[in-house]
Design a protein around this ligand. Structure first.
Ligand SMILES: Cc1ncc(COP(=O)(O)O)c(C=O)c1O
Length: 300
């Protein structure tokens, strides 16, 4: 089955082309689908998942704060991920889990059925470039982050990515690679699909949780940098502070530490010394050369 890129769908392995949902499904026509993405890394005895427990916790959090019910337990999801990764023979790549309503209610808005689930395992390579460290440019997006009184913005829901898409597009229209969203009060929030870190006077700073996605990479960088003796602050960051940063980098599951070489009209060292140190720490962790954080990996 491996040449068919098997997908786990509600307990069955199906070929990629059969892993579909109706156009009029609630997930598609109302945009209610939720998801998770996490990394698969080669280990000495087979594939390893990076912090899968935290990603599954976040999936449960997303479902809960949107009033949705998942159809499987965490243990069942772990088993399903393992089966999918092994069936696809992946060593470095990503797992994407989506939970969605395939029901086709024409006008009903609120459903109470349990969510369907599909799990995809995608190898790194052509079509999925991971681990890039090539510095990029960034600017403030003209679009602001959804306000937490409009949606529970800590959920990882597909619909929110229209906000992220517009932010990225508005940055690209100005000739930048990445757009950084601000909260409606002007403080720095996050990127479209990435968290933001800055360094000022030797302190590593990132926006506090509560109104942004609880990024697993952000959490890992904070833990690893703190363990290496770097001072970390999670206090609010004003626009002016980001504009005057000594170093800036972004992070997400597919790209652990991505240096920003220009923010608005300022050139920045990329990577600056702290960014380079943190990139090395994360690299060592991901290549299993750092024993302190081996428990972040789960054998599949
Ligand atoms: C809005 C947003 N912020 C941050 C991140 C980084 O999260 P993680 O480190 O869990 O990939 C993502 C990842 O998709 C995201 O979509």
């Amino acid at each position: 089955m491996s040449d068919q890129r098997p997908v786990w769908m509600n307990g069955n392995m199906v070929p990629w082309e059969n892993a579909t949902a109706p156009l009029l499904s609630h997930g598609m026509s109302r945009g209610s689908t939720i998801f998770e993405v996490f990394g698969i890394h080669p280990g000495p005895d087979g594939p390893l998942a990076f912090r899968m427990d935290k990603h599954l916790d976040r999936l449960c959090h997303t479902a809960e704060c949107l009033g949705m019910e998942l159809a499987y337990t965490k243990e069942e999801f772990i088993e399903a991920v393992s089966k999918t990764v092994r069936a696809n023979n992946i060593s470095r790549g990503l797992v994407k889990m989506i939970a969605y309503w395939s029901d086709e209610p024409i006008i009903s808005l609120v459903l109470d059925s349990k969510l369907d689930t599909a799990i995809f395992a995608v190898p790194a390579g052509e079509g999925l470039s991971l681990d890039s460290t090539e510095p990029v440019t960034a600017c403030f997006s003209k679009w602001y982050k959804l306000h937490p009184l409009t949606m529970p913005t800590t959920a990882k829901a597909c619909a929110y990515y229209l906000n992220g898409m517009l932010a990225r597009k508005s940055a690209m229209e100005r000739g930048y690679d990445i757009g950084i969203l601000r909260h409606t009060d002007g403080f720095v929030a996050e990127g479209s699909i990435e968290s933001v870190f800055m360094v000022k006077d030797g302190i590593l700073r990132t926006s506090p949780l509560g109104k942004i996605l609880s990024s697993i990479t952000r959490m890992s960088i904070i833990e690893a940098a703190s363990a290496a003796g770097i001072e970390v602050s999670q206090a609010l960051i004003s626009q002016e502070e980001l504009l005057n940063a000594d170093e800036i980098f972004t992070c997400h599951t597919g790209t652990k530490v991505l240096p920003i070489k220009k923010f608005e009209d300022r050139d920045l060292p990329a990577p600056g010394p702290y960014t380079a140190q943190i990139a090395k720490i994360m690299n060592d962790i991901l290549s299993l050369e750092n024993d302190q954080f081996k428990h972040w990996f789960q054998s599949l």
